[in-house]
Ligand binder design. Structure first.
Ligand code: F6P
Length: 500
């Protein structure tokens, strides 16, 4: 990016995300086209993009393919190419084999490979350059998620004039776990290139602040990190440790008086869903009829338990199945009266830990069904598919109990979608306290999924909750979800970024 005049014709609002805001689809006649991605992020940002001349920079989903920028439904899309090798090392490797398990409480063992890190840096640089190329002078650039943590500082190095936001959609780990990362300083410095760094939970923002204070020695006050600009107070080089626990003297903290700084704010902005859309679909007679059909196809059981997850080891699917199996074994639940539906959408199938998990879950489901199914009824209806939102809402309407048993989850939007769909006021949400959603959905039946007995007790309680209590809880949950939709989330973040 050398020609500064070029910036004048760029975009005022740029989103940078690992994935582009569209998915490739194959039409009935065999031709291919693009369809807007169904996720909440795209839903929230698409209207902002349309009104503010926005562009979206991201990978288009196919390796070893270079595409020219194109427009779709008012969005200007700038595809970033990834080679097959980069997909393996940057996406499956460093993003999902190192960062994902490390940031989710090391539920799976994170792998630290230097060639994965090299690919991560290289690809982050490519995204930063792509963003620098399309942003207008003084534009707002909003970088999304853990795959792109180095982009904020890389972009700042290329373009001092732009305002940079970053949002981390997944948890930020406690400093003791984050410390395992051999490239921890580089990651923190990458993030601190942003003017505003958003996290899902207060605890995530605190974890980041504590890591920055201990490891980089930066002064922090009221969520503002003082990032030194001069070499005297600048951050230590990779490998330097300021950890008092390791016997070295703690690094002298920088202070606002001791040099020149820029401020970077680290703060929680809990994400939400497109509530209006879910509510609208839940009122659609076709979807209501489909819900009744689902119940009938399952033999009209008294209670349908529902789990909806990407097939990911963070989601606690095994814990849920274990609890259910024990309840069937003990006769506290009965096939015919009770059924579990588990949607496990395919995810990251190139990563070994996901392949192992799939085998384990499918073995368990097979065992449970083999043991407890009858000719007419199934114990677990397991579906390894992704479904359109219409079918998801029909499932939410059909289910009496929603089971969200994640061992760690940045937010968990399924919990919020279930609540949004239950306008009738019935339905019980069993929710893991290790999800971001648990901070807001306090009237759910909150559980620790590691405690199988507690999970079992909550499942039994959910089947027999006093109807008044059930409605009171659901009303309170709905108030929260209806008043905090994803549009408000995006507006709050961007308004704060604008103020800084
Ligand atoms: O929760 C983090 C996230 O990256 C989401 O943004 C995304 O929907 C999901 O994980 C799956 O991500 P991917 O298929 O891109 O790895």
């Amino acid at each position: 990016v050398t020609d500064k005049a070029e910036y004048e014709s760029g975009y005022d609002f740029v989103v940078v995300a690992n994935r582009l805001a569209v998915n490739r689809v194959t039409n009935e006649d065999g031709t291919t086209g693009w369809q807007r991605s169904p996720g909440g992020l795209v839903t929230a940002l698409a209207p902002i993009m349309a009104t503010s001349e926005g562009a979206w920079v991201g990978w288009h989903g196919a390796p070893d393919e270079t595409l020219e920028p194109f427009d779709h439904e008012g969005m200007h899309l700038h595809p970033v190419p990834l080679s097959d090798e980069e997909l393996e090392n940057y996406y499956e490797g460093f993003s999902n084999g190192t960062l994902w398990p490390l940031y989710h409480d090391v539920i799976a063992r994170p792998l630290f490979h230097r060639h994965w890190w090299d690919a991560y840096r290289k690809v982050n640089q490519r995204f930063a350059e792509a963003a620098a190329k399309v942003a207008a002078r003084g534009a707002t650039v909003w970088v999304q998620d853990y795959q792109l943590q180095l982009v904020p500082q890389m972009l700042r190095d290329l373009r001092e004039d732009v305002k940079i936001g970053f949002f981390n959609h997944i948890p930020f780990p406690p400093p003791g776990l984050f410390a395992q990362l051999p490239w921890r300083h580089s990651v923190m410095k990458g993030l601190l290139g942003a003017d505003l760094i958003g996290f899902q939970r207060e605890s995530d923002a605190r974890n980041f602040q504590r890591a920055v204070r201990y490891r980089l020695g930066h002064y922090i006050k009221a969520d503002q990190v003082y990032v030194p600009l001069d070499s005297e107070t600048a951050a230590p080089l990779e490998g330097f440790t300021a950890d008092p626990a390791r016997g070295t003297a703690p690094r002298q903290l920088s202070s606002p008086e001791s040099g020149t700084f820029r401020l970077s704010e680290a703060k929680a902005f809990p994400i939400s869903i497109d509530t209006d859309r879910i509510v609208e679909l839940s009122n659609d007679p076709k979807i209501i009829a489909r819900a009744a059909q689902i119940r009938a196809e399952l033999g009209n059981p008294e209670t349908i338990f529902l789990g909806v997850d990407r097939l990911d080891y963070t989601k606690g699917i095994r814990h849920r199945l274990k609890a259910y199996e024990e309840l069937l074994q003990e006769g506290k639940l009965e096939v015919g009266k009770h059924t579990m539906v588990q949607i496990a959408s395919p995810s990251r199938e190139g990563v070994e830990s996901y392949q192992v998990l799939r085998d384990e879950i499918e073995l368990t489901v097979g065992r449970i069904n083999g043991e407890y199914d009858t000719m007419g009824h199934t114990a677990v209806r397991y579906l390894h598919h992704s479904y359109p939102v219409e079918e998801m809402v029909a499932l939410y309407l059909a289910a009496d109990v929603m089971l969200v048993t994640a061992l760690r989850d940045g937010m968990n939007l399924v919990a919020k979608e279930y609540v949004a769909a239950r306008k009738s006021g019935t339905g019980v949400l069993v929710l893991s306290e290790f999800t971001g959603a648990a901070d807001q959905l306090r009237q759910a039946l909150l559980i620790n999924p590691h405690d199988i007995d507690e999970l079992k007790a909550a499942m039994v309680q959910a089947t027999a909750l006093d109807p008044e209590d059930e409605k009171k809880r659901m009303r309170s949950l709905r108030r929260q979800v209806v008043s905090h939709n994803v549009k408000r989330w995006a507006e709050d973040f961007l308004a704060r970024l604008d103020q800084l």
